[in-house]
Design a protein around this ligand. Sequence first.
Ligand code: BMX
Ligand code: ZN
Length: 297
Amino acid sequence: MQTLAIDIGGTKIALGLVSNGQLVERRQLPTPTAKSAIQFAETILEQCQDWLALVENIGISTTGLVTEQGISAINPDTLAFPTPFPLHQAIEQCTGKTVAMLNDAQAAAWYEYAQLHAIKSAFEEPKTKNMAYITVSTGVGGGLVIDGKLHKGVNNFAGHIGHTIIDINGPICGCGQQGCVEAIASGTAIEKQSRIDISPAIDNKTLFATADTNPIAEAIIQRSCQAIAALCCNLKASLDLDVIVLGGGIGFATGYIDRLEQLMALRPAPFQVKIVPAQGDYDACLLGAAYQFIHID
Ligand code: BMX
Ligand code: ZN
């Protein structure tokens, strides 16, 4: 079975031709402004016309809250979708294929959960049942697997852990709250802080590359890691997770997981939780988009 996988992030859209769970070809485009679902669908499909005849179905993982009506933004600062934004229906209309759509981090969580089970040996009991996937990227997204099931909640909102508050006096978040993890730890928050603290301005890639010689850059990264460490401890305390899988462009930046592990080791023992990098690497959400056709309930 071949699937067209589409991963819509706040900064870029990744496209994949996935054959039997393997990514065989990959393309990328910058995320366009979301004016209408049809225009958005056409912009995406233009990039992969040649794949359409090859695929049976289309799996989408997207930033934002996914409901039957379409996508809506929790934090419009990361990607402003006009509401409703029926992308699922628009892609179906343009292609005539079966389409499945999930929030990006929820899709990655379900995919990563399967990978954890695939690599665990039969001797390692009990098997992982409760895990969270956290993406630190344009925003901070999350997906939860509870008792071996993807937990989406009554409105599919479950896992939006980037919008849990860790500092009641913290920065205002685009979601309308104050002091969310995302407002402190995300790529967008890091960039904002670095524009304030570092002149001339540098991008996040340079920030990470120069952190070992630039204490200001290191302090900005540490602040993000501290926020994610607080999030991991909060998740451990609320859900008693077996493991947290980390991904995203920032999550995968040089030394990010190492710093996070060092901070976690300083926390009281009951709050500590194992943190592992996503098996799907930078493409966990993309592989998750295709994985929806394997089984979700
Ligand atoms: C935001 C929110 C989540 C998303 C997360 C990561 C919007 C548009 N998105 O918290 O739904 O999972 O960002 O998104 O409100 P990414 O673009 O950083 O991958
Ligand atoms: Zn928020």
